[in-house]
Every structure is written in C-alpha cells, then in structure tokens.
Design a protein around this ligand. Structure first.
Ligand SMILES: [Zn+2]
Length: 223
C-alpha cells in the first residue's frame, strides 16, 4: 500500500534494531520507520529473528553475558519510541515562514533544535538541527527549485519528509530513504511539487559543475 520505494537495506535495519548505529543514523532510520509500514514489519521480524538466535545459542558464560547485553540493547531501544509517544505534544512541526510541516514522531522531539532558515536564490532554503558537534541538514526546495550538481565526499542519507524531488537516478517521494556514497554525483530538482528533506552527510558537498562551483566556498556550511 505504501508509496515508499526506497528503504534502508536489511543490514542497516538489523544494526538499528540491535542498537548498533550512531545516534544520528539511528534517528534517520527511526524517522523512516515511522513513515513506513514495510520497514516496521521488517524491524519486528529482525527483532524476533535476533532474539531467537540468541536464545538458541549454546549456554556459555560469555554467550550469556552477550545475550544479556543484546537484549538490553533492544529493550533500551524501545523506550525511545515510547518516550516520544508520551512526552511529545501532538504537534511539533517544522516551521518555515508560513508553512508548517508535520514530521514523524521520532523527529518531533527534536524540532526545537531547528536553526533559523537561510535562503539560496529564490527557491532553496536550508537549516539544520544541531546535536552537539554534529547536525542533520534540512533542505526545502520550492517547486522548480534545484540544487547545483554535486558529489559527496562521504556517505549521505537523505529522507524525504514532504513532497518530492528527482535527480539523475530517479524520483523520490515522502518517506523515501536514499543512501549515497561519495562516488555519486547528482542534481536534485523539485520538478513537480515543493520538497522538504532531512539529510545526514559525513562530509561537505562538493559542487562539480557550472555556477555550482562558485558555491564550494560555502559548501562546508551547506553540509
Ligand atoms: Zn521502509
């Protein structure tokens, strides 16, 4: 039923359910899972599978300790979801000018961290959610807005929160989770509707063509 066609791969979901991801990657996955019934099922199946594996391991002191640790990680992961359900007000949208964007539950408790928006040209706005010395990037493209062609020097995860965009590889809609590495070069365009994305990048964008190259001096800030 879901329109989402890009999901975290199984190994990333497995690391997520066993609590092995860093907190920002985990938040990106959790936000996708909130939007995606398919991955909710996958996570439930992975948890059941992992629990069964651990329970069937031959009893040994170290295995027991490991099992305890792993179950602990799963149990510790659950309250994070429960906490957002109980403590977060029903509406903690991301606000950009007159626009209010409802966000998945996993993200709602962090929307107060959104920094003031900055604008590029007439169609692109950028902000970030800060977490200590790391951050997630927010990007809003008005309809027909486009980001100049660029590559990434490290891994980049992009999640579409509203609307959609397209690039050389395809079309992406609300809920789509796109993981790219540094070898990928792309030009995102919000061709049919406006688009709000959240992204986790490991390194600044590197613009590869035309006018975009002029943006390289500020790319450290865009990333
Ligand atoms: Zn999914």
């Amino acid at each position: 039923m879901s329109m989402i066609s890009n999901h975290p791969d199984t190994s990333l979901l497995a690391d997520y359910v066993s609590g092995q991801l860093d907190e920002l990657t985990a938040l990106m996955v959790a936000t996708h899972v909130d939007l995606c019934p398919h991955c909710q099922q996958q996570c439930a199946a992975l948890e059941a599978h992992q629990a069964a594996l651990w329970l069937n391991e031959p009893a040994a002191t170290s295995a027991d300790a490991e099992l305890e640790q792993m179950l602990g990680a799963i149990l510790a992961a659950e309250p994070a979801v429960a906490k957002t359900a109980t403590k977060v007000p029903a509406h903690s949208p991301i606000i950009l000018g007159e626009q209010r964007f409802e966000v998945p539950r996993a993200l709602q408790r962090f929307t107060s961290r959104v920094k003031p928006w900055r604008r590029f040209g007439s169609k692109i706005w950028q902000s970030r959610l800060e977490f200590g010395d790391r951050h997630l990037q927010l990007l809003f493209m008005d309809q027909q807005g486009s980001v100049p062609q660029h590559t990434h020097k490290g891994r980049e995860i992009t999640l579409v929160l509203h609307g959609g965009f397209e690039d050389e590889s395809g079309e992406y809609r609300m809920g789509d989770f796109v993981l790219r590495d540094g070898s990928h070069r792309h030009t995102p365009v919000a061709a049919h509707e406006s688009c709000l994305c959240i992204a986790l990048t490991e390194a600044p964008l590197h613009f590869t063509s035309g006018l975009g190259r002029l943006l390289n001096p500020i790319a450290h800030w865009l990333g």
